[in-house]
Ligand binder design. Structure first.
Ligand code: URP
Ligand code: ZN
Ligand code: ZN
Length: 444
C-alpha cells in the first residue's frame, strides 16, 4: 500500500503530498490501512417514486443509506407526473421531496413523458438551470416513439446533454404477459420469461441506430442486463458512436434462479429481470474492457411484506424494483476488486469518475484533485462483513443480498470536507446534502 497525505481546506481538496512531507494541519484523520477514493456517485435511484404505490425510501432515508454505503452524491430519476405535464412540473414536485431532506449531495434527471416543441424548449432551459439529462422509457405508460427519440437526441446533441434510456421492447412484454396470464401462469417465475434478453437487445440496437441517425445523438443505456446488449454496445463504441452503458450490481451477482421460489421470487421482480450466469460473465467483461462505463443501482424499494405481496396473485401486479444504494460499493469492491475481476482503477471509474463525467459534475465531483470537492470514501479492504437487512440503513424490510459475504467495506464517508458517516454513526442532519447544478456531458 502507498501512503500519502491528502490535504483539505474548507470544502475542497488542496492536494496530495508524500506522507509527512507537508506542513501542519488543524485537524488530522489517521487512515492507515484504508483506501481513500473519490466518493461514490449513484446516478440511478428512484427515491419516493409514485408508481401507483410509493417506494419506501424517500430522499432522507435513501441518501442516508447512500452515505453509509460510501456515496457522496446521487442523481435520482424523477417519476412520471400527470399526463401532458411539463418537465418543470415534475422538477417542482421533486423540489418539494428533496429540499431540506438530503444527506448526500444530489441532482435529478428530467423525465420525458411526451415530446413537442414546448418540451424541447424546456430541455434547453433546464440544461441551463443545471439539469442536463432527460430520461426516455421505451416501455411503461409514457413510452416514447422512435420519432420522439430522434427529436430528443437532436436537442440534447445541441445543448450538450445526454439521454438515459430504459431499453425494453414494450410489445414483446405485453404479448408475453397477456399470454402467460391467459394460460394461468401468474407466478414470479414468469416475470423473467415475459421480458427475455432479446427484448432488451432489440431496444438497445434500435436506440443505437437512432443515435447514429442523429450523427452522435448522446445515448446512455441504463441498467444493461443481457449479454447480447453488451455485444451491441461494444460494436457501436468500436465505430465511435456516442453511446454509454450502465449496469447494476444485481445483474453482476444475482441470477434468475431467485425466481424459482414463488414467495421469495417477488423480491426479485425488477425490470429488466435477473438473467443467467452467462449474462453476468459478459457484463463483467463489459466493465473490464470499457464497453460499460457505470455501475449504478436502480434503487427502487418496496416492502416484501407490503406492496410486493400484490404480486402474489399475479406477477404483473408486483411493483417493480429492488433496493441497493447502500450495498453497491461493498458488493462491487468485494466481487470486483477483492475477487480479482476488476482492478482498483476501473472500480473508481465506474462508481465515481465516469458518472461524474457523463452527467456534468466533473471535475467538481468524481476525482481527488486540487479544487475538487473533498468527497471521499474510506474503504477498509480487509474488513469482512456478512450483509443482512438489519445492518443496513435503507428504509425497506429486506435486501436482495441477504447473507452475502463481502470483503471490503466503506467505513467512513466525507462530503465537501465534512465527515458524514463514521464509526457506524451519521454525523450530519438532513438538509446537509446540496443540489448540484450539472453542466454538459464530458465524453469518456
Ligand atoms: O424495476 C425497476 N427497475 N424499477 C424501477 C424503474 C425502472 O425501470 O428503472
Ligand atoms: Zn428502468
Ligand atoms: Zn430505474
Amino acid at each position: 500500500m502507498v501512503y500519502k497525505d491528502l490535504w483539505i481546506e474548507d470544502e475542497k481538496i488542496m492536494g496530495v503530498t508524500e506522507a509527512g512531507a507537508g506542513g501542519e494541519a488543524d485537524q488530522t484523520i489517521d487512515a492507515k490501512g484504508l483506501i481513500i477514493l473519490p466518493g461514490g456517485i449513484d446516478v440511478h435511484t428512484h427515491f419516493n417514486i409514485d408508481v401507483g404505490v410509493r417506494s419506501v425510501d424517500d430522499f432522507m432515508t435513501g441518501t442516508r443509506a447512500a452515505a453509509f454505503g460510501g456515496n457522496t452524491m446521487i442523481v435520482d430519476h424523477m417519476g412520471f407526473g400527470p399526463t401532458g405535464c411539463s418537465l418543470h412540473h415534475q422538477w417542482e414536485v421533486y423540489k418539494g421531496y428533496t429540499e431540506g431532506q438530503c444527506i448526500t449531495d444530489y441532482s435529478l434527471h428530467g423525465v420525458l413523458q411526451h415530446v413537442n416543441a414546448e418540451i424541447l424548449e424546456e430541455m434547453k432551459q433546464m440544461t441551463e438551470e443545471g439539469i442536463s439529462s432527460f430520461k426516455a422509457y421505451l416501455t411503461y405508460d409514457h413510452k416514447l416513439s422512435d420519432d420522439a427519440i430522434l427529436q430528443v437526441l437532436e436537442t440534447l446533441k445541441a445543448v450538450g446533454g445526454i439521454m438515459p434510456v430504459h431499453c425494453e421492447n414494450d410489445a414483446v412484454i405485453r404479448y408475453k404477459r397477456e399470454k402467460f396470464l391467459a394460460e394461468g401462469h401468474t407466478e414470479a417465475r414468469y416475470h423473467p420469461l415475459s421480458r427475455p434478453g432479446y427484448c432488451e437487445e432489440e431496444a438497445v440496437d434500435r436506440m443505437i441506430t437512432l443515435s447514429e441517425t442523429v450523427d452522435g445523438g448522446p445515448l446512455y443505456i441504463v441498467h444493461v442486463s443481457a449479454g447480447e446488449s453488451v455485444e451491441r454496445i461494444r460494436a457501436a463504441k468500436k465505430k465511435g458512436d456516442f453511446v454509454y452503458g450502465e449496469t447494476c450490481p444485481q445483474y453482476l451477482v444475482l441470477d434468475d434462479h431467485y425466481y424459482e421460489d414463488d414467495d421469495e421470487g417477488l423480491k426479485y421482480i425488477l425490470s429488466p429481470p435477473l438473467r443467467k450466469k452467462q449474462d453476468q460473465e459478459k457484463i463483467w467483461e463489459g466493465l473490464r474492457d470499457g464497453t460499460l462505463s457505470v455501475v449504478a443501482t436502480d434503487h427502487c424499494s418496496f416492502d416484501f411484506h407490503g406492496d410486493k405481496q400484490k404480486g402474489k396473485v399475479d406477477f404483473t401486479k408486483c411493483p417493480n424494483g429492488a433496493p441497493g444504494v447502500e450495498t453497491r460499493i461493498p458488493i462491487l469492491f468485494s466481487e470486483g476488486v477483492s475477487a480479482g475481476r476488476l482492478d482498483l482503477q476501473t472500480f473508481v471509474q465506474v462508481i465515481s469518475t465516469n458518472p461524474a463525467r457523463l452527467f456534468g459534475m466533473y471535475p467538481q465531483k468524481g476525482v481527488i484533485a486540487p479544487g475538487s470537492d473533498a468527497d471521499l470514501v474510506f474503504i477498509d479492504p480487509e474488513m469482512e462483513v456478512t450483509i443482512t437487512h438489519d445492518i443496513l440503513h435503507e428504509n425497506v424490510d429486506h435486501t436482495p443480498y441477504e447473507g452475502f459475504k463481502v470483503k471490503g467495506w466503506p467505513v467512513q464517508t466525507m462530503i465537501r470536507g465534512q465527515v458524514v458517516v463514521k464509526d457506524g454513526e451519521l454525523q450530519v442532519q438532513p438538509g446537509f446534502g446540496r443540489f448540484i447544478r450539472r453542466k454538459s456531458v464530458q465524453r469518456i
